[in-house]
Design a protein around this ligand. Structure first.
Ligand code: BGC
Length: 913
């Protein structure tokens, strides 16, 4: 099968041009222009750009205003920091603040940029709205139509109908109107006939037991003087719908029926404020949406529409009063991350109609999302059914066996208009193919949905298969970052498996700015930690008996530490350190001998490894060492010397125990598997003098297998980094280009457009892999992405560097590649690298953001002949003054090493192959 090109509009935005130092991409709490900020001292940050070499910000000044009045002027602060905490007058609730940052270099003009943020509820006593729901007494339950094509879930009567709520408010002389809204369930908010906001599946999924996020919207433009209608549609979602593999049973751990909370706050010209919240005066009804479930799908009967239901003039006398079900606000938290949005429409690449009235549509790309269906000429009552699948079976039909109990089926019952469109809103499917039955004159587009984390990186190279791999990784990230980092988007699972998230995080951070996304998720992780300190295997926590798995629960240390290193926000460590400590202490308490042998819960080993069994004790103990190490580092960043010392000591003792127990005198690591060596080498668990031997055993294992990998989730992301660190990136490239089983290329040869859960998702010998667990969209094995950025293209940061203040640009030309390029938005600004080999010369173009001091390794077979923009620099090694802004620092392996400040550089170097 040929290579499918990557369909994607998910691209890195251009950096605003300007020769002199200027700020751009302003963020508040890691978000663009958030509306519901409720922290007292929000973090304001910006990126920098400049065309000047060696440029840096010497000072900044922030001014924050509300309604023209100055709320904070930081004054000029001499600092290179590109973030600051708001330090002005106390923020008011439901207000809009504009803020400006000015920056200036040591010797030049100041430049400014502006943005804004809106606040949510800063004082809990300002909540006036109650939770409302539907009164089961007042309306009969949904009677499923008698029809043999009904889905199982309807036959069992388990899917209740979503509710429509409305209330009319009379307003006059308003200057601003904002609405805070949330649900235990999913909501769509409407004001005067318009949909409010572009978020999907709001309010998103969190650990609802402790945290229910609310969103704030500015609806001033939708409201004039006179009566206004506020309406909402409310569906089950994660709260009371199917969740995981236990179906609706499992979901009932949150609640039985969804609940809605809306608070409208209108400011008037005379300075007064009207607050209207959900209460018993709201009216409710069922509507055209007969059911909506994340796993099962949606049923929409257009004949039941009630036109104008969300407008003030509508007669709602047949609607019932809503019931107040709760008046507490304790769990309400401001929404901390980007919402799920539709980010791209996919036009089908093929539409096939078969004789049985079935239409099979191929979007050409496996996505998470839904479709927008247009049908023409369907008589009233026609039921069109949409089934979704990731792949086709051998007969060309939709393959759905791997969805397990997820029906992933939507139904639309036509109203009988010449043309009708349908787009479900409270469900999401993982699919590439759609089967449409019930009507032939249809067409559709695929709508990709995911948490709309801003694109932060881009990667490309000369090899089509590697490009496809890069695209597959990005699409798996998009398909699985749906409010929480999930394992898969299609089957009855879609849970926040902690190892999957943890191993993929470094790759995820390169692709997108996931600071806000993971900060919220970490809050859920901490909420769910047991009294003993165990961390659940999935976050948000939904499976009572599963926690404490090595490599899974260690997300508690790995995620905060990595986020801190990438984004430089110390608060992540401050918030997480107690949880990190409790987790490490828990493992230690149960394993005083420091070999993590006594389980503290589940153990999945090196999950989905290929044909080997990595020692579980080796893997667990390596993670124990890593977690102790990261806890020590976090404590030290926070200035807690005693705590740091305690965990550093523990780390050292675990290391000794590891060596004693698992590393033999000839450098073998117990079990002799690739993942065993990779974990031990990556986490510094092999004594220095035995490292060459251990690397030798790892290499021998690869060679013995004809240069094939055996790694599962725990090892796969380490292959590239570890092999390159020990000078064997030739082997890493062989694995990258391999298309035999097991390899990434094998799935690509078969036409994969996302990363498969398992190496044997489909094989020539056996066809489809084990149906009980065979997702074609699972990102864990895509954690090779980190190495594509940091190794192949060479964009990373030095050990000890935080927030990319000291970038390390060390590309590794190799394999079949003639060129590779990557760009990445660090907290300082854009960092990029592009190398190309042509006619015995390697050209390396590098861009370094202002304020960063980069170490660049220019690969070459003759360091003394390296030039930058035509000027020799390789012959100035002995501290002689070099080209402005470049310091040639030495030779390392086959590279000339230099230090450069901000700016663009073009190095040329001899490259003999
Ligand atoms: C999930 C994984 C997860 C694993 C743990 C699977 O069902 O899909 O990705 O990490 O279970 O065993």
């Amino acid at each position: 099968m040929g290579l499918v090109s990557t369909v994607s509009g998910w691209t890195l935005p251009a950096v605003p041009a300007g020769a002199a130092l200027h700020p751009y991409d302003l963020r508040c709490e890691h978000l663009g222009t958030p509306q519901g900020i409720a922290t007292r001292a929000p973090r304001l940050s910006w990126r920098l750009a400049s065309d000047r070499r060696g440029d840096a910000q010497a000072a900044y000044r922030i001014a924050v205003r509300s309604d023209g009045a100055l709320a904070w002027d930081s004054g000029w602060i001499d600092s290179q920091d590109t973030s600051a905490s708001y330090g002005g007058a106390p923020l008011a609730s439901f207000a809009r603040y504009t803020w400006q940052v000015q920056v200036r270099p040591a010797d030049g003009e100041a430049a400014a940029a502006e943005s804004w943020f809106g606040t949510g509820v800063l004082h809990p006593d300002e909540w006036a709205a109650a939770w409302i729901g539907h009164d089961p007494e007042t309306l009969p339950p949904f009677e499923p139509p008698a029809d043999d094509r009904e889905p199982r879930s309807v036959r069992t009567g388990s899917l209740p109908a979503p509710r429509y709520f409305r209330r009319v408010v009379d307003l006059s002389s308003v200057t601003a109107v904002r609405v805070a809204c949330t649900a235990r369930g999913l909501y769509e908010l409407r004001v005067n006939g318009h949909r409010v906001g572009d978020g999907e599946l709001t309010p998103g999924w969190t650990d609802y037991r402790y945290r229910v996020p609310y969103q704030v919207y500015d609806v001033t433009d939708l409201i004039g003087d006179g009566p206004a209608c506020v309406g909402a549609v409310l569906a089950d979602g994660w709260w009371s719908g199917s969740l995981g593999w236990d179906g609706r049973q499992q979901a009932q751990r949150y609640g039985k029926r969804p609940e809605l909370l809306v608070q409208l706050v209108a400011d008037h010209a005379d300075g007064s404020r009207t607050v209207v919240g959900t209460d018993g005066s709201w009216r409710e009804s069922t509507g055209p949406l007969r059911y909506a479930d994340l796993l099962m799908g949606e049923w929409y009967d257009a004949r039941l529409e009630q036109p104008g239901w969300d407008l003030p003039g509508f007669d709602d006398s047949s609607w019932a009063p809503a019931r107040v079900v709760d008046t507490g606000h304790d769990v309400l938290v401001p929404s901390a991350a980007e919402p799920v949005r539709v980010t791209e429409d996919l036009v089908p690449v093929e539409t096939r109609r078969d004789g049985d009235g079935r239409t099979i549509v191929d979007l050409g790309q496996n996505i998470a999302g839904r479709v927008r269906l247009t049908l023409r000429g369907a008589p009233a009552g026609t039921r069109v059914t949409l089934r979704h699948g990731e792949t086709l079976d051998d007969g060309g039909g939709l393959y759905t066996a791997n969805l397990r109990s997820a029906e992933a089926t939507d139904h639309y019952v036509a109203a009988g208009l010449p043309e009708e469109t349908f787009e479900p809103r409270f469900t999401v499917h993982g699919f590439r193919y759609v089967e449409v039955t019930g009507h032939a004159d249809v067409d559709l587009v695929g709508r990709a949905m995911h948490s709309d984390t801003p694109v932060a990186g881009e990667l490309s190279c000369s090899d089509a298969m590697v490009r496809r791999l890069t695209g597959n990784i990005r699409w798996s990230q998009r398909g699985n970052f749906v409010s929480v980092p999930t394992d898969c988007p299609q089957r009855d699972e879609r849970l926040g498996w902690t190892a999957d998230a943890q191993v993929f995080l470094p790759t995820a951070c390169y692709n997108a700015d996931v600071a806000a996304f993971f900060t919220g998720w970490l809050a859920d992780l901490r909420c769910a930690q047991t009294a003993e300190g165990a961390v659940p295997d999935v976050v948000p926590h939904v499976m009572t008996e599963r926690h404490g798995a090595p490599g899974w629960a260690d997300a508690a240390t790995v995620v905060p530490w990595h986020l801190y290193r990438v984004y430089g926000d110390e608060r992540i460590l401050r918030d997480s350190l107690p949880s990190m400590r409790r987790w490490v202490d828990h493992v230690e308490r149960h394993n005083p001998g420091l070999i993590w042998r006594n389980r503290v819960g589940s153990h999945y080993g090196d999950w989905l490894q290929a044909g080997v069994r990595t020692s579980r004790d080796v893997m667990a103990t390596a993670y124990f060492a890593l977690s102790a190490d990261l806890t020590a580092k976090a404590a030290s960043v926070l200035g807690l010397a005693d705590v740091a010392e305690r965990y550093a000591g523990l780390r050292a003792r675990i290391g000794e125990a590891f060596v004693r127990e698992f590393v033999s005198a000839d450098g073998r690591v117990s079990g002799d598997t690739q993942t065993g060596y990779l974990l031990a080498l990556a986490h510094g668990l092999v004594p220095g003098d035995l490292i060459p031997a251990a690397v030798g055993h790892l290499v021998a294992d690869l060679e013995r297998r004809g240069r094939r990998l055996t790694t599962g989730f725990a090892g796969v992301g380490l292959l590239g980094p570890v092999l390159s660190a020990y000078g064997r990136h030739d082997l890493a490239y062989d694995l990258l280009h391999d298309d035999r089983y097991p390899s990434w290329g094998y799935s690509i040869k078969r036409g994969a457009t996302t990363i498969w859960e398992r190496w044997d998702g489909w094989t020539e010998e056996n066809g489809f892999g084990p149906v009980a667990m065979n997702s074609f969209n699972h990102y864990a094995l895509g954690s090779v992405g980190e190495w594509l950025y940091s190794g192949v293209a060479g964009i990373g940061q030095e050990e000890g560097s935080v927030g990319f203040r000291r970038p390390l640009v060390r590309p590794l030309p190799g394999g079949r590649l003639r060129w590779a390029a990557a760009a990445y938005d660090t907290p300082l600004g854009r960092l990029s690298s592009r190398w190309e080999i042509s006619g015995g010369t390697l050209t390396l173009e590098v861009r370094v953001p202002p304020g960063a001091l980069a170490t660049v390794h220019v690969p070459t077979t003759d360091p003394s002949s390296v030039r930058e923009s035509g000027t020799p620099i390789g012959d100035r090694l002995e501290g002689a003054p070099g080209v402005a802004g470049i310091e040639a620092a030495g030779v390392s392996g086959s590279a000339l090493v230099c230090r450069v400040g901000s700016g663009r550089y073009t190095f040329t170097a001899p490259w003999e192959h």
